[in-house]
Design a protein around this ligand. Sequence first.
Ligand SMILES: [Zn+2]
Length: 346
Amino acid sequence: MKAVVFEEHGGVDALQYKDVAEPKVGPNDVLIKVRAAGCNYNDIWARRGLPGMKVLLPHISGSDAAGEVVEVGSEVSDFKPGDEVMVYPGLSCRTCEFCANGRDTFCRQYKIWGFQTGPLDGAHGEFVRLPAFNVIPKPKGLGWEEAASLPLVLLTAWRMLVGRARIQAGDFVLVWGAAGGLGTMAVQICRTVGARAIAVAGSDEKLEFCRKLGAEHLINRKTQDVAEEVRKITNRRGVDIVFEHVGNATWPQSVASLKWGGTLVICGATSGFEAVTDLRFLWNKQMNLLGSHMGNKTDLLEAMRWVESGQIKPVVSQVFPLREAGRAQTLMEDGEVMGKLVLVPD
Ligand SMILES: [Zn+2]
């Protein structure tokens, strides 16, 4: 089969579009013919190489896929060839105390499929093999590309806001990178629960995009002071929740924007991992600083019900042939993407 592979770390030049062996199913696996696969920043981290994380080489990236079942293992009874499915991208042991009660992300063996796994097993190939546990039905009303754009960002944003920060109607939620993959999910979750999203983005075009998705307030981080605008919008109170995934570049503004007793939830740090917190604010403002990592299968299933009811919509901005994965990654590295980029095998 064709796949996008890198054999060593580097720039987009390291990506090769080439023939690799088709994956073989084990007794509990499902083989899927990929019809569309999502792009995530993790694909770029893996390709560049991350200190402290071993990426097994050669590597096929991609943590989101939608496609048709072509073969199932001898022990699989929930799926059959021809079924239209999508992927839950969290792999775990399935037997520890955490896995047993649905808290997959606490499993010591928890891994993001296509990012921390390998070699040669992410979504950016013509076929993928996954345990049946990681396969869920694709809603009839969703196209392949729409379905493939959802799992990782929907799951992550859902767990951050619903599972961790306990979002409620009326909450002000500051959403960094609101026009991106995670941000567009966060804005829609806010709208759906009746919370008030304050979208932050780097251009007026991106902010207009956020407004259409349901953001109530807009802040252009290039022309406005974010914390100052938050004070105006919230009548000096600060936001109930900050939705963080940028890290170093935004952390001081995030802390300054939080209300007394507010909650800051973070799932990543695309601008850098080091941030300084004046601890006096932590105790005086009685802030809740929460980490969040991916989400459990139950989080995805719950969030998908909102997709099926039309309350959360996939946001696909561009579709590329699989062989052009490098072009998609360059756009993401340049910060030029609104919503999600999706790859489609030839
Ligand atoms: Zn486990």
